[in-house]
Design a protein around this ligand. Structure first.
Ligand code: GDP
Length: 179
C-alpha cells in the first residue's frame, strides 16, 4: 500500500479462484465501469503472464484510491501462480461460479494460499448469478462459508452487470479498515 504521484492511495487487488469462474470477465467489467477514465483499459503488466487493469474510485471521507487489478491470465490452470503474485496484494476477491460446485469447494484452498503472515482483506464472490436455473450453490451455503472465513459475501454477474461495483467497494472498504 502506498501513495501514487497524485497523492491517491494505491492498492493491488487480485482475484483468485478456479479456471473459468469468470475472473477476467469481472475485472474487465469493473475496469470499464463508470469513472474508469483513460488508462483503465487492459495494459500489459510488468510481470510476464499477468494482465493488469486499473481504476480509481472515491475513498470516503475525502480521498481517492487507485485500484491496480491483477489477473492471473490463466496461470491457475497449471497451479503455477507464484508467491510474489499474492505477496503484495492488499485485497483478494475469492471467486467461485455459482453453477460450479467444485469451484465453491476449492475456496478454502484459495483462501489458505493467499492468507500469509499479513493477510490481505478478502471478499467471497459467487459469480454468474444471472444463471439462476443452473445454480448449484445456495446463498445460505455461501454465507455460511463466508462467516467461517470471517469475510463478506457478494453475488455478482458480469454479463448482467450485477453487484460488480459492490464487490470492489466492499473490498476497498475492508482494505481501508485494515490501514
Ligand atoms: P476466468 O478463467 O476465471 O478468468 O474466466 P473468464 O472470465 O475467462 O470466463 C469464463 C467463462 O465464463 C466465459 O465463457 C465467460 O463468458 C463466462 N462468464 C464470465 N462471467 C459471466 C457471468 O457473469 N455470467 C455468465 N453467464 N457467464 C459468465
Amino acid at each position: 500500500i502506498d501513495l501514487n504521484p497524485e497523492g491517491y492511495f494505491q492498492f493491488r487487488i487480485i482475484v483468485l479462484g478456479d479456471a473459468a469462474v469468470g475472473k477476467s470477465s469481472l475485472l474487465r467489467c469493473f475496469a470499464e465501469g463508470p469513472g474508469a477514465g483513460p488508462g483503465a483499459a487492459a495494459t500489459p503488466g510488468p510481470t510476464v503472464g499477468v494482465e493488469f487493469y486499473s481504476r480509481t474510485i472515491p475513498m470516503p471521507p475525502s480521498g481517492k484510491a487507485k485500484l491496480q487489478l491483477w489477473d492471473t491470465a490463466g496461470q491457475e490452470r497449471f497451479r503455477s501462480i507464484t508467491r510474489s503474485f499474492y505477496r503484495s496484494a492488499a485485497g483478494v476477491l475469492l471467486m467461485f461460479d455459482l453453477t460450479n460446485r467444485a469451484s465453491f469447494e476449492h475456496i478454502p484452498e484459495w483462501y489458505r494460499e493467499a492468507a500469509g503472515e499479513r493477510p490481505p482483506a478478502f471478499v467471497l464472490v459467487g459469480h454468474k448469478c444471472d444463471l439462476v436455473a443452473e445454480r448449484t450453490v445456495s446463498a445460505e451455503e455461501a454465507r455460511h462459508l463466508a462467516a467461517t472465513l470471517g469475510v463478506a459475501f457478494v453475488e455478482t454477474s458480469a454479463h448482467s452487470n450485477l453487484n460488480v461495483e459492490l464487490a470492489f467497494q466492499t473490498l476497498a472498504g475492508g482494505i481501508q479498515q485494515a490501514l
